[in-house]
Design a protein around this ligand. Structure first.
Ligand SMILES: Cc1ncc(COP(=O)(O)O)c(C=O)c1O
Length: 355
């Protein structure tokens, strides 16, 4: 059947699910939903369309208005697409961690970039980015801030649409493992999954160093997941377990997936697969679904590049942990170590806050 779309935005969703061949250890099956197939290249397209459409509907966003948002990259790509197709000016407040390719993508679609290059005292950029958004909102007429951290339309997109799609493709599974930043997709998806599959376990994957689940904030390298504070959109009541993944674990997994499965996924997807393999170790025989929030194309110049890995100090850690082959990865994920997680939080080795 031939389908002709009226806008590129209509191609959002219907992303494929692929079975991992080399990492489905412990009699488990790991299925990965590839959100890079969305037109902006990530899961954020779904949230962006939902938040902008909601604002259009109730007049928070006027025709020819301006969309201003703080983003680590992917939401910026999505908003740039929407701006170009629906006629909005888009201003993206980003920081130096945003991968170059993401900035170039958004700029090519006509978005304007506001770079925040001074971190706060904890080394993070997310709070200074929000401050810059507030400044811009105060001087820009007809400006709309989607506020992805608190906007219920972010969660709703996943509760209503992403979950329907996932449950259609995979009607039965034992665990959902996915990365967290605003909490939008895990909260919406988990709430819907728990209605359909009450016994399914949901695992929130965060960066070691992120404060999204209430742990103390410390600098980390992975992009896409993690936050310097607890986001309003993160509903802890639908997340059963939390796995804090170290930079070297997530990035090494991303690289193993590329070389051994032909799957070019992003850093947060690497972290989520690492956590999924650990989940398989703890719950042998599980059918596990992982959301791969974006694609590895975003990171070709950074974490896929040997010079970048060496400069960040990650190359040696990956080598030392032996996470360079599927077998090495399965062994490391069975006993993850995460020296960044303080022992007083009860997480001696990488890991599971809700044990
Ligand atoms: C690559 C990547 N992974 C994970 C996430 C986390 O998704 P959410 O904001 O829905 O928690 C994001 C969000 O920006 C992302 O871009």
């Amino acid at each position: 059947m031939t389908v002709i779309y009226n806008s590129i935005l209509e191609t959002t969703g219907h992303t494929p699910v692929v079975r991992l061949r080399t990492l489905s250890a412990f009699a488990s099956e790991i299925l990965i939903k590839l959100e890079s197939f969305n037109p902006g290249g990530s899961i954020k397209d779904r949230a962006a369309v939902s938040m902008v459409t909601g604002a259009e509907r109730d007049g928070r966003l006027k025709p020819h208005g301006t969309i201003i948002e703080s983003t680590s990259g992917n939401l910026g790509k999505s908003l740039a697409l929407i701006g170009a197709t629906r006629g909005y000016r888009v201003i993206l407040v980003i920081d130096p961690k945003a991968p170059r390719s993401m900035v170039d993508f958004a700029t090519a679609l006509g978005a304007e970039i506001e770079m925040v290059d001074t971190p706060d005292e904890s080394g993070g950029y997310q709070r200074p980015r929000i401050e810059r958004v507030q400044q811009l909102l105060s001087v820009t007429p007809d400006a709309f801030w989607p506020d992805q951290y608190n906007n219920p339309d972010n969660v709703r997109a996943h509760f209503e649409l992403t979950s329907r799609e996932l449950l259609n493709d995979v009607p039965e599974f034992d665990a959902l493992v996915t990365a967290v930043s605003t909490g939008g997709h895990i909260s919406g998806l988990s709430a819907a999954v728990k209605q359909a599959l009450p016994d399914a376990i949901t695992v929130g994957v965060d960066a070691a160093g992120s404060a999204a689940f209430g742990y103390p904030f410390a600098k980390y390298s992975m992009r896409g997941l993690g936050l310097a504070w607890k986001p309003g959109n993160l509903d802890h009541s639908v997340v059963d377990r939390v796995h804090l993944v170290a930079d070297y674990e997530g990035i090494a997994t991303m690289r193993v997936l590329a070389r051994n499965e032909g799957l070019l996924v992003g850093e947060s997807a690497g972290a989520a697969v690492f956590a999924a393999v650990h989940h398989a170790y703890r719950y042998p025989g599980s059918r596990i679904v992982v959301m791969a929030a974006d694609g590895g194309v975003n990171y070709l110049g950074e974490s896929f590049h040997p010079d970048w890995l060496r400069a960040d100090g990650l190359a040696d850690k990956i080598e030392a942990a032996g996470i360079t082959t599927p077998e090495g990865l399965v062994a490391a994920a069975s006993r993850p170590t995460n020296e960044q997680v303080p022992t007083e939080y009860g997480l001696r080795t990488a890991t599971l806050a809700n044990d």
